[in-house]
Design a protein around this ligand. Sequence first.
Ligand code: ADP
Ligand code: MG
Length: 326
Amino acid sequence: MGEFELIDRFFLRPGRPAAEGVALGVGDDCALLAPTPGQQLAISSDMLLEGRHFLPTVDPDSLGHKALAVNLSDLAACGARPLAFTLALALPAADEAWLAAFSRGLFALADAHGCTLAGGDTTRGPLAICITVFGEVPTGQALLRSGARPGDDIWVSGTLGDARLALEALRGGLALPPAMLASVRERMDRPVPRLALGQALRGIASAAIDVSDGLLGDLGHLLRRSGAGATLDTVAAQALLAARRLPDAAALPDAATQLEYVLAGGDDYELAFTAPADRRGDVEAAAATCATPVTRIGRVDTEPGVRLVGDGARADRPYRSFDHFG
Ligand code: ADP
Ligand code: MG
């Protein structure tokens, strides 16, 4: 199978109705996007390399899902609606079974969010996936990192730390009961981009970011861009580990380790956002509309840095977030 047959078979999808926002898709030198008048384009890229961002044992269907999910998560954090994406793929070989499963996982998520594959590049090389997503957001309404103000509440969506728990177990660092491992592995392999929540928070949240490298690190980026600091409640934070609600919760590592996974785990793809305290009811209503749980875990303050309060805060733990060059 040559390069062009590969693209035709696995990435060209003839006979599909013209997609909203995409005037011309795969097949020409460029794709042509046609965003709705009055909207800005929101663009983000994420690269996934084998051994660095995913384990060689991941199944290709989940990898297709995750490669797009991590990109859609950035659109969610801006409050943008997905339109299209490009896919640059380096493959060691044209393995048909692998390509069929990868494209199945990729397109299932793309179709669920009306996001059209509009172009890409395909080359031979060590397995690497680079996706660029294009979304749209009404002019001036994108959620930015820079809008948090002292006194705002700090919220997070969903649950945190379970992907890290899965990674530690798969690396052999700790033993988990099979049902628990399956549940947390799902969190690591198939993150859910919080697109509906991001859009529902436009006009309510003062700032937002998606948690990809660990809550403290990513929230730190948001706070620095906002010129502020924060106080976080470790009791509320600790409860965010979903595995604590499973029947086998007694098998989990100690409380300090659980807190470390929540605060600095990585690979969560939840939203961390701030909103004025008088908008609590609006935040809860927005979350209810899109059936996405949200938890209030702290407050923005003027003093830079993040202070942890409540049981379980361990000053002797550095809670380092993920940094490729750190
Ligand atoms: P060019 O040489 O002009 O860069 P290519 O020959 O690489 O174009 O690609 C031909 C067409 O196939 C282009 O429209 C390109 O966007 C598309 N394409 C290539 N690889 C992929 C891919 N992995 N997924 C989607 N579209 C792709
Ligand atoms: Mg090319």
